[in-house]
Design a protein around this ligand. Structure first.
Ligand code: V47
Length: 367
């Protein structure tokens, strides 16, 4: 270890991490500016071990995207369509129910449902969907609807955020996924998702969910037009809300995929493995009040996701089964990962696989 930090520009940050002290905005920026990837990874691994030991969590989950019709049509997104566009779809409740029934047979513990802002769908569609999914897959936790969808339901039905969330909870909703956060900075949102709710509103929705006792996830979309300062500010805003509520379960950095999006004119490339590992490690270091950092192999590829288990990550998502958002934007990964493959990847990285549910209750370990 001495050699890793010999002549290092990060010795003061190392001292802070070892003492369990909170890193500042400047520390975060310096970590991003540094090319000492192994030193950053070592520090993130220190925190990961302190919080989760040698455990690496994974979920047997399924994604369902009920509609790609969306009135926002964000430039960052290749999934959303106008209702009249070729390829636009909205699943009937029977179709959603059939997908949920398959989950029951596959011992899926988490169903992750998100979709576009389709003006045709009223809250009754969502409530009936939750009731049907709940009874088709009674053993599964329903983690559904991004903050963007929750805000849309509240505004279109003249309801408060808490009313919407409570109504959905009564119908079976357990948790919110972390999508729609992107980068909170207004400058960035004006370029990549002009019509989407603001960063402040995204945080308000999650705070409202936490206040009614719901646990939720957080994400950050990186690798487009944002600066490293804007990434660090995004992490700090999440950390501040977590200080207030303690309601976040995990943080998932999402690597931007430019293909088929309206951001192609910015000539953006896919993120590099180097940036993926750095971002995961820095998230582990900055988000000192988050228990878990999750790698989403669909967006960074299974190999970088596996290596990230030595760079601060303690959770690998998941079996997934069907994925549209990244694949419409050119992702070349598979859409499904068998449970035994996830276990193999985790064990081959020298970690102990733990199958968990959404709330990190252990389903099985000792594989
Ligand atoms: O909200 C959209 C992002 C999100 C692109 O909470 C894109 O456990 C990359 O939120 N390139 C959906 N990303 C995915 C998501 C998620 C995934 C896995 C686990 C969890 C969780 C949440 O994907 C969207 C948006 O932020 N996205 N377009 C794109 N072109």
């Amino acid at each position: 270890m001495e050699t890793l930090f010999a002549n290092s520009e990060l010795t003061d940050i190392k001292a802070k991490v070892e003492a369990g002290e909170r890193l500042s905005r400047e520390d975060g920026i310096r970590l991003y500016q540094s090319n000492e990837l192994l030193a950053i990874g070592y520090l993130a691994d220190l925190v990961r071990r302190r919080k989760n030991g040698n455990k690496t969590y994974f979920t047997v989950n399924r994604h369902i995207n009920h509609t790609n019709v969306c009135k926002n049509l964000c430039k960052l997104c290749a999934f959303g369509r106008k209702a009249e566009d070729p390829g636009a779809y909205t699943l009937s409740l029977d179709e959603v129910e059939a997908k949920a029934k398959e989950c029951h047979g596959l011992k899926v513990s988490e169903i992750h449902i998100v979709g576009g802002l389709n003006p045709e769908l009223k809250i009754n569609y969502y409530l009936e969907m939750l009731r049907r999914v709940r009874s088709a897959a009674p053993g599964a936790i329903i983690k559904s609807f991004t903050a963007v969808e929750i805000d849309y339901l509240a505004r279109t039905h003249n309801m408060s955020l808490q009313e919407v969330i409570k109504t959905l909870m009564d119908a079976g909703l357990d948790s919110l996924p972390g999508g729609g956060a992107e980068i909170f900075a207004r400058r960035v949102r004006d370029i990549i998702c002009e019509k989407k709710i603001s960063g402040e509103r995204w945080l308000e929705v999650h705070e409202a969910a936490h206040r009614v006792g719901m646990r939720t996830n957080a994400t950050m979309l990186y690798g487009h037009v944002e600066t490293i300062e804007e990434r660090i500010d995004h992490l700090i805003q999440l950390r501040e809300l977590q200080d207030k509520t303690g309601g976040f379960l995990t943080f998932i950095p999402l690597a931007f995929h430019p293909k088929n999006t309206a951001l192609v004119s910015h000539k953006l490339s896919l993120t590099t493995g180097y940036d993926d590992l750095k971002t995961l490690a820095i998230a582990r270091l900055m988000l000192d009040n988050f228990d878990h950092i999750k790698a989403y192999w669909v967006m960074i590829g299974p190999k970088i996701a596996q290596v990230s288990l030595s760079f601060g990550v303690d959770d690998l998502d998941g079996t997934v089964i069907e994925e549209k958002i990244a694949h419409d934007a050119g992702a070349e990964t598979a859409q499904i990962m068998a449970k035994n493959k996830l276990i193999h990847m985790i064990k081959a990285a020298g970690k102990d696989p733990v199958e968990r549910d959404t709330l990190y209750n252990v389903i099985e370990e000792g594989f």
